[in-house]
Ligand binder design. Structure first.
Ligand code: ADP
Ligand code: MG
Ligand code: ZN
Length: 616
């Protein structure tokens, strides 16, 4: 088990108490002392003093901050009685004294006085704190009110037992591969720094809830055998202004002392929300300060001196402030996605190790039935099944327990995320293969790398991942048309196979239409409208980039023509997509069936199959 160390508060409290007692003591001494040694001189008003100076009655003066003592001449012109006055702030005084031949010096304020004025500032707050602490202690309220600024970071020092390693994680192989590198950085930093390479400071783990982001961060610490400071973003956002940022400072201070180590900030979005998007009223100052402090700390520490790697996790990367993603901050992002079929089976295996399974249990079959489940859902599933078996007074967990548990977990899950029905899965499979087939032969479409029907995020039910094969800045007309056709490939496949259309293609249509409109209004690719830029936002992108549809003022006829052209482009692309899919119907069927089986087709296997696509 991770050891939960909380080393600071007790010492902080001790010091606070000490300060309190010493201060009280000094205060009492001061009260007594001023009683004994306090000024016994006759006081005169300041104006009287000035008169005396001007009349050259004053022999010498000692000018203190709170009191001026001066000796006047007696009738014989000899040193006479000493008086005192309370000065007002007067910059002319030294000049006046000099002009009138007064011997004068500025004295350090008498001991009793500076002490009492200092203490008059220090004592009341201390008394206040003492009273506060008394009440807090009596109510059993928040621990240690004096230590509010202290970071609540928990330090996990990895012991021999309960150490989390990469073996405890499955189904997120790419993410694991990325993090293995981080472990190397922590273990042998000099191997990289000797070469002149800079060790990354920040790695952002991005993915839906329950996919194992926290687990992975712990595994990195476990594998590297370094301390692991963990704090959650939501803990930063506190009632007291300024606490969040001092906590960040504290956290980094502690961490630097223990380098090499890992700082893990869970739920980064709680503090890292985009400042621009934080609302009309200027957002939350406290969160902004905390965010700024985090940025400062990350920029501040030198990667060469101490290896502190900041890992952070979020399931809402789109809300993060772009400043967090700059080079030298969280410039590495690792996607921790929901597992595919093989991954789910592996995760089930990990979690099934701790329970007694009957021979009848077929984990592969369970994995097949649980698309869209994240790691945490699968862990939960195994536990539910074990509980159900226990309720039946069975000594082993049977396949039927898993069946029942799936239904329970799904019922819970349906509220949070989508779990596809078999029918929906089929539609999504054809839809995605449709995209892939059209993309395979249309010019300008990037190479299809992966087709998946594992639901991802809240929006996409499935996805087709295309990777650009080269960096492209210019695209020609044919290529843009190809892209539009590819976007329509999904919907066309649905039409062709099921004879009807679902709502799943809405995003595709939006993008296709936008692209077509750009061709017409921005790139001047329409024969009818000619090479004119109707889209004003391109030209004045600095001035009115915020305004959607900022078209040049155009006549109604032109507007109609634009709409017709856009519609024509999209419709032509649609026909083309349908034609391609009709021609390649057998391949469409094969791939869709295969996808339903494995949920993911990718890499070389996919490319081989897509080579068979025939042009129309
Ligand atoms: P996140 O931080 O992404 O929300 P967690 O790391 O807190 O998810 O995961 C919660 C639990 O779910 C883990 O402790 C682990 O038991 C299980 N789990 C999640 N993902 C995986 C995975 N990829 N492999 C094995 N177990 C996982
Ligand atoms: Mg987490
Ligand atoms: Zn689509």
């Amino acid at each position: 088990m991770p050891v939960n160390k909380d080393p600071q508060p007790s010492r902080a409290r001790l010091i606070a108490n000490l300060v309190l007692w010493v201060a009280t003591g000094l205060f009492l001494i001061n009260v007594v002392a001023s009683g004994f040694f306090g000024s016994q001189l006759t006081k005169e008003p300041y104006s009287m003093f000035i008169h005396r100076v001007q009349d050259q009655e004053v022999l010498r003066a000692s000018v203190g901050q709170n009191e001026i003592r001066y000796q006047v001449k007696d009738e014989a012109g000899q040193p006479g009685p000493v008086y005192a006055t309370t000065p007002i702030f007067d910059l002319q005084l030294p000049q006046l004294l000099e002009d009138k031949g007064v011997e004068f010096a500025a004295v350090p304020p008498p001991r009793g006085q500076w002490l009492s004025s200092l203490l008059s500032w220090v004592i009341p707050p201390l008394i206040f704190i003492a009273i506060w602490r008394f009440f807090v202690a009596r109510n059993g309220g928040p621990q240690g009110a004096l230590s509010i600024g202290k970071s609540k970071a928990r330090v996990y020092v990895e012991g021999e037992t309960g150490k989390i390693t990469f073996d405890d994680i499955a189904g997120v192989e790419e993410a694991k591969a990325e993090l293995v590198e981080i472990v190397d950085f922590l273990k042998t930093p000099q191997r990289f720094t000797d070469l002149g390479a800079k060790i990354p400071k920040g790695v952002l783990l991005v993915g839906p809830p329950g996919t194992g982001k926290t687990l992975m961060a712990k595994a990195v610490a476990g594998e590297a055998g370094v301390p692991f400071f963990s704090i959650s973003g939501s803990e930063f956002v506190e009632l007291f202004v300024g606490v969040g940022s001092s906590r960040v400072r504290d956290l980094f201070e502690q961490a630097k002392k223990q380098a090499p180590c890992i700082i893990f900030i869970d739920e980064l979005d709680a503090i890292g929300k985009s400042r621009a998007a934080s609302g009309f009223y200027g957002g939350n100052d406290e969160r902004e300060q905390t965010l700024n402090q985090l940025l400062t700390e990350m920029d501040g520490f030198d990667a060469g001196a101490a290896t502190v790697i900041v890992l952070a996790a979020t399931n809402r990367p789109e809300t993060l402030d772009p400043a967090l993603m700059r080079p030298g901050r969280f410039d590495r992002q690792v996607l921790v996605d929901r597992p595919d079929l093989k991954g789910r089976e592996a995760i089930l295996q990990i979690h099934a190790k701790g329970v007694k399974l009957a021979d009848s249990v077929d984990l592969k079959q369970i994995a097949t039935r649980t698309p869209g489940f994240a790691g945490a859902d699968l862990a939960n599933l195994v536990n539910e099944a074990a509980l159900l078996a226990a309720r039946r007074n069975s000594t082993r967990v049977q396949q039927q327990d898993f069946g029942e548990a799936i239904e329970r977990v799904v019922a819970g899950l349906e509220k949070r995320s989508r779990v596809l029905s078999d029918r929906e899965k089929e539609i999504v499979a054809y839809h995605e293969v449709g995209h892939a087939l059209v993309a395979a032969i249309m010019p300008g479409s990037d190479q299809v790398e992966k087709i998946s029907i594992v639901p991802r995020g809240m929006a996409a039910l499935g996805y087709t991942l295309q990777l650009p094969t080269e960096d492209r800045f210019l695209r020609d007309e044919a290529e843009l048309k190809g892209q539009i056709a590819t976007l329509l490939g999904g919907r066309s496949a649905e039409e062709l196979v099921f004879g009807r259309i679902t709502t799943g293609a809405a995003n595709d249509l939006q993008r296709a239409t936008d692209l077509a409109e750009q061709m017409v209004t921005t790139y001047g690719m329409s024969q009818v409208l000619g090479p004119l830029a109707y889209d004003r936002s391109q030209r004045n992108s600095f001035l009115d980039s915020g305004m959607a549809n900022a078209r040049r003022p155009i006549s109604e006829d032109t507007a109609k023509a634009i709409d017709l052209e856009v519609k024509g482009l999209v419709e032509a692309a649609h026909q083309q997509a349908v034609a391609i899919l009709e021609r390649n119907r057998p391949l469409l069927e094969t791939l869709a069936r295969q996808l339903l089986d494995t949920e993911v087709i990718e890499g070389e296997a996919l490319r081989e199959q897509l080579k068979q696509v025939q042009a129309v």
